[in-house]
Design a protein around this ligand. Structure first.
Ligand code: SF4
Length: 343
């Protein structure tokens, strides 16, 4: 794969192994523009004109690593569908809204979603390695901050500290592994020091889209804050690679259990064979399939929505053919933020 010099890109052949395995290099060299996208597909930029307004609303970001896993010329490639802009993101035919789970109205302090009595979710950054087109927080991409500032995170810690009912904090984003390591260390430590906080959880797609981010130093830091659970999001069996497997192994060796929360996505994993291969593959690398989410009615994701009966049919076939260990719970996050129901 080549991104010409004139695009500010690179040729995969010319990248050293050291650079390729350096997560900061991967992050710096993310595909961020129409010109780069056109170069990858070896098409004139003008042919991507229908995508221009999409990128103005929903920017693109794809790591070279994730790009290397797909066929960028194949419109039906299930990995490409997750990260390439699509003009359908601007057709709101199914009536989606930017924030169907009413997260913004359940924030006692900026960035801290407190919907359930005993747990809350901290959005520590709006930045991700790859902007997944099906993201339920894609409304935040335009305003994404590179990292959580100490004062903002301190306000979250203060809220948790003065709310004794909170026993679990989910550290999420964006991708929390993209804020500076010392800041994340401090934040986890400050939460861990609160006597009523029993469990910390990290939600990150880095093992899938930027597996180089899982370094020995990061694992050593996370290990200090156990009990810490890690949830990630593999959506397709082709995302289970040597690199992502190694990243997960490192977390597991640090004593951090990993669960997976897939999203049911049209054209990506809405069929029995892909889902079976994904779930069995996850268990093979010691990841517990936890949830299969029905795609939320988020504005800009209509084309990913799968009918619930189709999802239930897939689940029923899975139930008949694979072990219980491989079966996630198929859930719908109720619009308005009133919680999850199992389908
Ligand atoms: S990694 Fe998660 S938060 Fe980031 S864009 Fe993808 S789905 Fe959204």
């Amino acid at each position: 794969m080549t991104l010409g010099k004139e695009t500010g890109g690179f040729s995969l052949k010319s990248v050293s192994g050291v650079d390729w395995n350096d997560w900061k290099w991967q992050f710096r060299n993310r595909i961020r523009s129409m010109r780069q996208l056109a170069a990858i597909q070896q098409r004139p930029v003008a042919s991507l004109a229908p995508c221009r307004p999409v990128l103005r609303t929903y920017p693109i970001a794809i790591t070279p690593y994730y790009m290397s896993l797909m066929d960028p010329a194949d419109e039906n490639d299930p990995l490409r569908r997750q990260c390439f802009p699509d003009p359908r993101e601007l057709t709101f035919s199914l009536g989606g809204v930017p924030d169907p789970l009413a997260e913004e109205s359940n924030m006692p302090v900026p960035g801290l979603i407190h919907r359930y009595p005993d747990r809350c979710l901290a959005i520590v950054t709006g930045t991700c390695a790859v902007n997944c087109r099906h993201c339920n927080r894609k409304r935040k991409w335009r305003a994404a901050q590179p990292g959580g500032e100490r004062e903002r995170l301190q306000a979250m810690v203060d809220h948790v500290a003065r709310t004794p009912a909170l026993r679990e904090v989910i550290v999420s984003g964006g991708d929390p592994l993209l804020i500076s390591e010392p800041l994340l260390d401090w934040f986890l430590g400050a939460l861990r020091a609160i006597p009523h906080v029993e469990i910390l959880r990290i939600g990150s797609r880095a093992p899938v889209t930027l597996p180089m981010r899982i370094t020995p130093e990061l694992c050593a830091m996370l290990k200090r804050h156990r009990p810490l659970w890690f949830n990630t999001q593999f959506n397709h069996p082709r995302e289970i690679t040597e690199e992502s497997t190694r990243a997960c192994e490192m977390l597991l060796e640090a004593g951090i259990p990993i669960g997976n929360q897939s999203v049911l996505l049209k054209g990506v994993n809405d069929n029995y064979d892909s889902m079976r291969e994904l779930l069995c593959g996850l268990v093979r690398i010691s990841i517990r399939p936890y949830y299969l989410f029905q795609c939320d009615p988020v504005q800009g994701t209509d084309h990913f929505r799968v009918e619930i009966p189709t999802g239930m049919e897939i689940m029923e076939r899975l139930r008949q053919n694979i072990s219980g260990l491989c079966l996630p719970r198929y859930v719908l996050d109720c619009p308005g933020g009133s919680g999850k129901i199992q389908l």
